[in-house]
Design a protein. Sequence first.
Length: 460
Amino acid sequence: MNTPAHIREDRGFFGHPRALGYLAGTEFWERFSFYGMQALLMLYMTKYLLTPEVSPKVLGLTAFRSAVEAVVGPLTDLAFAAQTFGLYSGFIYATPLIGAWLGDRVLGRTRTITIGTFLMSAGHLTMAFEQSFLIALLLLVLGAGCLIGNLSAQVGLLYAPQDTRRTRAFGIYLIALNIGALVAPLIVGSLGEDVGWHWGFGAAGIGMVLGLFTYLAGRPHLPPDHFAERTAHVPLDRNEWTVIGAILVTFLPRLLGTAAYQQAYGLMMVWADKAVNRNIGSFEMPVTWIGTFDGLFTILGVFVANALWRMWAARGREPNDLLKIAIGEAMAAVALIYIGLAATLAQVPLLAWILFYLILGLCYGWLDPPQRSITTRYAPVRMVGTMVALLSMAGSLGYFLLGWLGRFYEPLGAPLYFMLLAALPATASAILALFNRPLLRLLGRAEREHEAELAAPYEA
C-alpha cells in the first residue's frame, strides 16, 4: 500500500484519518438520495407518471415500454412499473463492475467517484421533470456504478495493512450509510407524497449535490490513486475452479431471496398506499415513512444476530455461515407468509404492517454478513474482488426477476401474491440446508490446500 504516512497516521476524525469523515459524509448523502428515490419510485410511476395525461410527455417512454414488452410480453401499467423498478434497481447493482474497472485501471478512484457524484446529482435533479424520467434513471444508474465499491475501497486505503482501526472505520461508515437510509423517507418521502413528487426528487438531488461538495472538500485528505498493474494471466487450477463453483451455488439463494423480499420496497408500497390503515389519531402517516422503521429494524437485526451467535459460540453451538443464511431465508419466507395472511383483511392495521418489517429487518443480519464472509474466506485470493462483484451481480439478477414477477400481482391479488413469493426464500433455505455438508466439504478442502495463500491479508 502506497498511502502516505501522514494520511495513515492522521487521527483528526474521532481517532481516524480526517478523510474518513468526508467519505462517510459522501456515503450518507448517496444513501439519502438512493433510499429517497426507492421510497418514491413505484408510487410516482403508478399514481402520476403512467397516467394517460402524463405518460405521453415522457421522452422515449413508449419506445422503452415496447422494448420491454417485446422481451417479457404485454404488461399492465402496474406490472410495467414493477418491471421498471426491477430493471433500475438491478442495474444499480450491476454497473459497479464497470465502476471498479474505471477506478482501478482507467480514471482512478477519486476521479471516478467525482464523476459518479456529479451524475447522480444530475439524475436526481432531472427527475424533477417528468419528460426526462428515463434520462434521469440512466444518469442515476451510471453514477451509482461509479460510487459503489470505489468509496469503500478508499476507506480501506486509509489504513496500513495491520491497522486495527480499519474494522472500526467501516463501522463508522456503516452508521453513516444507515443514518442516510433512515432520514431519506422522512424528508424525501414526505415532500414527494404530501407536497409534490418533484419536490421529493429535488430534495434527493440537493442531497446528492451536498454529497458532491463533501467529497470535493475532502479530496486534499484522500489517498492518492494507484492504478492496478496488468500481470501475466495464470490459469486457475482444478481446485480453484471447484471452490469457485461451490461459492457460486451459494449465490443462488441470494438471487431468489432478493426477488422476493425486495418487493417490500416496490409493489408493497403501492399495496400499502390503499390497503393499510396508516392513521395515527388525526394524522395519516405517509407510506414512505415505513423505510425509517425498516432501517431501524435492520440495525436491530444485526445486533440481535451477533448477540445470538456469541451466545451460541460460547456453548459450542454456533451454526456455520451456510446455515445462518438458510435461517435468514426461512425468516424472510415467514415474513412474506405473514403479510400475505394480513393482506386478507379489509384494512391492515399499521402495527401489523410494521411487524412485517420487523421480521424482515431481523432476518437481514443472517443474510449479507455470512454471505460476504463465505465469499472472502474461501475464494482464491486473486479472485476475491471478482467473486465479491459476482455476489453483487447475484443481487442484480434478483432485482431483474423481481421486476418480471410483478406481472402476477394483479391477477393473483395481494394475499396470494405475497404468500407465493415466500416460496422463493423458502426454496433458497432448503437448498442451503440440503447441500450444507457437501458444500462445506468442498470449501474446507480448498481452504486447507490454500491455507498459506488465504491467510495473507486481503486489501479491498
